[in-house]
Design a protein around this ligand. Structure first.
Ligand code: CTP
Length: 232
C-alpha cells in the first residue's frame, strides 16, 4: 500500500474521495482473483473533479492508468486494504464516490507457497469481503454525499434502486455491462442516474465526457443536500 502524506485543504475546496479499479485477492504467491474493471471511469471522474476545483483523493486497485494530475493517490491491492484506507480518510470528506469493482469474495486462506496441481478438480474456499460502500453510513458514520455504482447485466434500474436503498446512497450510477462496446475496458459508457425520487438516463458518450456530466450532477446533488440538511 502506498503512503499518503496528510493533506488538509487550506483553501476551502470541497473534498471528494473516489474508489476506482478492481481489487486483487491473493490465492498464493503467483495467483489472485480479480475482475475486468479497467479503472477508466473512476480515473476520469477523479480528473474531472480535480479540473473543476475539488480536492480529490483517489483510492485505487491495480490499473494500467496514469494517476491524474492534481489528485492525491493511494494504491491498494485487496478489498480489505481498500476498506482500511477508506475508513481512515472518509471522515474528512464531503463527497464519496465508490466506482471501484471490489471483489465480493476473497480466498479464506492465502497459501504461503505456490499451490501444486493434484486431482482433476480443485475447490477454493471463499469468504465475503467487507462491503465498503455498504458500511459507509452506519459503521464509518459518513454523513456527506454518497454515490455508488452498479454494474448490471439485467434489470438495470430495479437492481440499482435496490443498491441505492440498501447502501443508503444519494445517487447510484448504473450501467448495463452486457451491452457490447460499453462499460468494462471500453472508453465509452452509457449510464442511468438513479436518485431516491427519480432516474435520469445519460446517453452513450466517452467516459471523459460522461465524467464531466457526472461531476456536474454530483455537485448539484451535494449543493441540494447542503441547502436542505437532514433532520438530526
Ligand atoms: N462495493 C464496495 N465494496 C464491496 C462491494 C461493492 O464498496 N465489497 C461498492 C462498489 O464500489 C459499487 C457498489 O458497491 O459502488 C455496487 O457494487 P456491487 O458489487 O454491484 O453491489 P452488491 O451489493 O455486491 O450487489 P451484487 O449482488 O450485484 O453483487
Amino acid at each position: 500500500m502506498a503512503c499518503l502524506s496528510p493533506q488538509t485543504d487550506h483553501i476551502g475546496r470541497v473534498k471528494v474521495l473516489i474508489t476506482a479499479g478492481p481489487t486483487r485477492e491473493p490465492i498464493d504467491p503467483v495467483r489472485f482473483l480479480t475482475n475486468r474493471s479497467s479503472g477508466k471511469m473512476g480515473y476520469a471522474l477523479a480528473s474531472a473533479f480535480a479540473h473543476e476545483g475539488y480536492s480529490v483523493l483517489l483510492v485505487s486497485g491495480p490499473t494500467d492508468l496514469d494517476v491524474p494530475e492534481h489528485v492525491d493517490f493511494v494504491s491498494v491491492q485487496t478489498a480489505a486494504e481498500m476498506h482500511d484506507v477508506v475508513s481512515r480518510y472518509i471522515g474528512r470528506m464531503d463527497i464519496a464516490v465508490f466506482a471501484a469493482a471490489v471483489a465480493d469474495y476473497t480466498p479464506a486462506r492465502v497459501e504461503p507457497q505456490k499451490i501444486k496441481k493434484s486431482g482433476e478438480t480443485f475447490s477454493l474456499e471463499l469468504i465475503r469481503t467487507v462491503d465498503i460502500l455498504g458500511s459507509a453510513r452506519e459503521s464509518l458514520g459518513f454523513g456527506g454525499t454518497l454515490v455508488g455504482f452498479a454494474a448490471e447485466t439485467e434489470n438495470l434500474e430495479f437492481n440499482a434502486r435496490d443498491k441505492l436503498t440498501r447502501k443508503q446512497c444519494d445517487l447510484v450510477v448504473a450501467n448495463d455491462v452486457s451491452k457490447p462496446g460499453l462499460g468494462f475496458e471500453s472508453d465509452q459508457n452509457e449510464i442511468l442516474l438513479v436518485y431516491p425520487e427519480h432516474s435520469e438516463a445519460l446517453p452513450a458518450a466517452s467516459k471523459h465526457e460522461l465524467s464531466h456530466q457526472l461531476v456536474a450532477a454530483i455537485g448539484r446533488l451535494h449543493a441540494e443536500r447542503l441547502s436542505s440538511p437532514m433532520p438530526i
